[in-house]
Ligand binder design. Sequence first.
Ligand code: NBP
Length: 477
Amino acid sequence: PTANIGVVGLAVMGSNLARNLASREGNVVAVTNRTDAKVDRLIEDHPEAGFVPSYSIADFAASLTTPRTAIIMVKAGRATDAVIDELCEVFEPGDIIVDGGNALFTDTIRREAAVRAKGINFVGCGISGGEEGALRGPSLMPGGSAEAWQTLGPILESIAAVAQGEPCVTHVGTDGAGHFVKMVHNGIEYADMQLIAESYDLLRRVLGQTPEQAAETFAEWNRGDLESYLIEITAEVLRHVDADTGQPLVDVVLDAAGAKGTGSWTVQTALDLGVPVSGIAEAVFARSLSSQADVRAASRDLPGPASAPAVDDPAGFVEDVRLALYASKVLAYAQGFDEITAGAKTYGWQIDRGEVARIWRAGCIIRARFLDRITEAYRDQPELVTLLTAPVFVEVLEAAQQAWRRVVSVAVAAGVPVPGFSAALAHYDALRSERLPAALIQAQRDFFGAHTYRRTDREGTFHTLWSGDRSEIAAEA
Ligand code: NBP
C-alpha cells in the first residue's frame, strides 16, 4: 500500500477533490470509480498527480496505508449507501470512511451509527464551493469522531480554502453535525441570493436603473460592509450582455429559479425543530413561486397600485436599499445560527458557532467580509443567545432600521414584492415586541380545544369554561 488517502467517485467533484489532494505535499491519492473509464480518463488527463488507480473496491482498499481513509464523492442517496456497504466489506476497525456528498444529516446520523457498529469511523463532511472549490480549496464541514479527526484533520486542512492564513475547516461535531451545518449554509445562501435579488428589483422597478447601472451599484456596495462573493458576481452577471440579442443577459434569462433541495431541507428541519427561519423560507418559496408558470400566467391581470410612489432622492433610496439589504442579511444569518443552535441542542452536538462562521469565510458561496463579525461576536460571547444582540449587530440594526422600514413601505406602495426584506423586518419587530398577540391565539386555542393557558401574574395552567359560566379553573398541566 502506498496511498494515504483515497477517493471513490470520480465525477466532477471527486476528480477535482482528488487533484486538490494530490497537489498537496505528502499526499499519495488512491482513486476508483464504479465505471472504469472515469478512472482511466483521470489518470490520462493528470499524470502529474501520481494517482494510484484501482478498478475494484478490494484493490482500492489494498492500495491504502492504515488507518485507511477514503472520501466518497458519489451521488447522494442510494449510491452513497451502496459504496459505504462495499467499503465496509474490505475496511477494518479504525479505518475512516468520509462521505463528501450532499447527504441529508439524518442519513449521516444513521450511517455513522451503522458503520461505527463495525468499528469503522464514519465522517459526514459538508463540502461547499462547487467544482472550483473542490479543486482549489473548498470550505469543509466534517462531522465525526475525535479519533477520525486526528487522522483526517491535517489532510482536510491541507486542501481547504484559506482565509486570513487559516484553513476553512474545523471539526464541527459528531455524526451528522457537519452535514447539518452544510445544510444551514445552503439555506442562508438561498436567503442571501433572494435579498440581493429583491434589492436589484427595487433598483430597477422603483428607480428605473438599467442592469448596467445596477451593476455599478452592486460593485460600489462590494467595496463596503456588504463585500462578498455573491455581491461581486451579481455585478458581473448584471453587466453581462447576451451575444445573440445584444440585451443584458439578465433580461433574456427565464425568470424561473431552480433548486436542488438543500434549501427545502433547511426549512423542513427548522419546522421540525420549531425554529423560525422565515427569511430562508421566503427565499425557498420565492423560487417555487417563480417556477409556478401556470399560476403566474393566470394571475397576471390582478389589480395593482394605481401609481408608484415617486422617489425624490434616488441616491438616498439606493443607500436605504443597501441598509435594508444589510439588516435583512443580519436577520437571515441570525435565523440560520438559531437553527444551528437548536440542532446542536436536539442532536447533542458541541458546535462552536464562531468557528462555523470562520470556516465560511473562504471557499464557499456565502463567503463574505461580514462573517468576521459573526466570528468575533461569538468569540466575545460564546453563549450568545441570538446574534442580533451582539453589540456589533445592534449597531448595524440601529443604523439601518429606519431605512429598512422606508424601503419596505416604498416596495409595498409600489407593488414590488420584497418577501425577504419584509419577513426579516417582521421577525425583527416581533422579537422587539414586549407583548405578542400570541396571547390571543393561546386564548382562542383554549376556547375551541381546551388547550389551556398560563398567566403572566401567577404560576399554573388554566382553562376558562367558555361554554359554561366562563369562570376560570386550574387545569392539569
Ligand atoms: P454526481 O452527483 O453526478 O454523481 C456521479 C458519481 O456517482 C459517479 O462517480 C458515479 O459513478 C457515482 N455513482 C452513482 Br450515480 N451511483 C453509484 C453506485 N450505485 N455505486 C457507485 N457509484 C455510483 O457527481 P458530482 O456532481 O461530482 O457530485 C458528487 C457529490 O458531491 C454529490 O453527492 C453532490 O451532491 C456533492 N456535491 C456537489 C457539489 C457541486 O457543486 N456539484 C458541491 C458539493 C457537493 P459512475 O461514473 O459509474 O456513474
